[in-house]
Design a protein around this ligand. Structure first.
Ligand SMILES: [Zn+2]
Length: 135
């Protein structure tokens, strides 16, 4: 998805600009570490989803850019970011955007993120306030 700027291009560009050797080495080191980053992020997210939901997600079904990993499970989007598992939902009022839930570490946390948690754009808060008395 966001793999258009692949490492080879960046490295080639750095070398072309005759950047200092340490910068080229740093980028090379980063790129060298990418495959194992991808693999460990996918393995981590897959293991957490399996533990919490009982769903087995194959590595191919998990998107990762080396910093975060994302997977869809039965219409629910899970995201692993900075070592924290979160649920991603759209705005409760307008149905757009991406909001990260509070950290998920138990089935109950997922339950909260799926029900009581109501992610809202700032601009949508005013409109949706009227809906709360209906609960
Ligand atoms: Zn909204």
């Amino acid at each position: 998805m966001q793999d258009q700027i692949n490492g080879t291009t960046v490295l080639a560009a750095l070398e072309g600009m005759q950047s200092p050797g340490w910068q080229v080495a740093a980028v090379g080191e980063y790129e060298h570490s990418l495959p194992s980053r991808y693999a460990s992020l996918r393995a981590d997210l897959s293991a957490r989803i399996l533990a919490l939901t009982g769903r087995q997600i194959s590595p191919e079904e998990i998107y990762t850019n080396g910093r975060l990993a994302v997977a869809g499970v039965d219409g629910v989007t899970f995201r692993l970011h900075h070592g924290d598992l979160m649920l991603v939902r759209t705005c409760t009022y307008c149905g757009t955007g991406h909001f990260e839930s509070p950290k998920i570490s138990s089935l109950s946390d997922i339950g909260y993120a799926l029900s009581a948690w109501r992610p809202l754009h700032e601009d949508c808060e005013d409109y949706s306030a009227d809906e709360f008395p209906d609960f």
